[in-house]
Unconditional design. Structure first.
Length: 319
């Protein structure tokens, strides 16, 4: 498994840098940090606010959005924007971000904002100042907060996308046409589960009938890959992938084995079995019959097992 490069809010297990000196103990962030190259950052400390510090908040002065420290009257909007620009320019290759939920600097959504009288403004979704810069500059990269990553479906999609983009980045570091062909071949079933239209479009790109230069192909493929994986797949797509995989063994299985698998698939479709059951049956046949194509498909292990939780085994894909 490749190690993605991930920017974390530093308070998520790395340092006591919350406004009150706390550190956020998050089990998933701890396990993720062990499987990636972490780049921790605390934007509020980086602009000199210190620990402990008086809280900051987003305040609208008319229609102008400001980042203020009410206790001191300090306006840190410009310093925060300046730091975000400098950091994101200098950070280098990044595969994803895990930021602190609802923080006025790092929150990716649902951050409280206030009017000049101190009343909370109604809003469906607001981002912190640093997070807004991240999501604008790295729009094709997965960006989540630790609160949303408690959802299995969001976490699974985030990890699949994160590790796939990291694998592609390693290809870009030593680019070859053969490497691109192999990458696409090993990610076919994953792409099939997420976006079949994108799978075919990327396949045509890899075929390269116009003999385009590799650099342009890689850039276009990366954009298409990121967009294909941007939304979690529907459960029916996983069913289609598993039926496709069954076709590789149809001549080797007896009627009872096929019936057993199709029954498991139907129970998964009805919500009575987790996805892991039919997937495990296919994996056992991959080992039993030595199917090399399926053995290399990242669909069956898109990210390290260390990042799976025991409770995940009882869950399937979005209905």
């Amino acid at each position: 498994m490749v190690k993605p490069r991930v920017v974390f809010s530093r308070c998520l297990g790395f340092d006591h840098c919350r406004y009150n000196g706390d550190i956020i103990s998050d089990e998933f962030c701890r396990r993720l940090a062990a499987c990636v190259e972490p780049v921790p950052v605390c934007p509020e400390m980086e602009i000199g606010l210190g620990v402990p510090r008086d809280p900051i908040r987003i305040v609208y002065q008319g229609e102008e959005r400001r980042l203020l420290q009410p206790a001191t009257g300090r306006d840190v909007s410009a310093p925060m924007r300046g730091f975000a620009d400098r950091f994101l320019t200098a950070v280098g290759p990044v595969d994803g971000f895990v930021l602190k939920s609802r923080s006025p600097s790092c929150g990716t959504r649902d951050v409280k904002s206030y009017n000049e009288e101190g009343n909370i403004r109604p809003a469906a979704s607001r981002q912190g100042f640093f997070a807004a810069a991240v999501m604008e500059r790295f729009a094709e990269r997965p960006v989540e907060d630790e609160g949303r990553l408690k959802s299995f479906l969001i976490r699974e999609s985030f990890l699949s996308r994160l590790f796939s983009l990291a694998r592609f980045r390693t290809l870009q570091e030593k680019p070859t046409m053969a490497g691109l062909v192999r990458f696409h071949a090993t990610h076919k079933l994953l792409l099939m589960a997420y976006d079949q239209t994108a799978l075919h479009r990327l396949g045509r790109l890899v075929a390269n009938p116009e003999r385009r230069p590799l650099t342009g192909l890689l850039d276009e493929y990366e954009t298409g890959l990121a967009r294909a994986l941007a939304r979690p797949p529907k459960y029916a797509s996983a069913v289609n992938v598993l039926l496709h995989a069954l076709g590789y063994f149809s001549r080797s299985l007896n009627a009872a084995e096929k019936s057993f698998f199709l029954d498991a698939l139907e129970r998964y479709r009805a919500g009575r079995l987790p996805l892991s059951v039919p997937v495990s049956i296919i994996q056992s046949w991959i080992v039993r019959f030595g199917q090399p194509y399926l053995a290399e498909q990242v669909f069956f292990q898109p990210y390290p097992d260390e990042l799976r939780e025991l409770s995940d085994s009882g869950k399937g894909r979005d209905r």
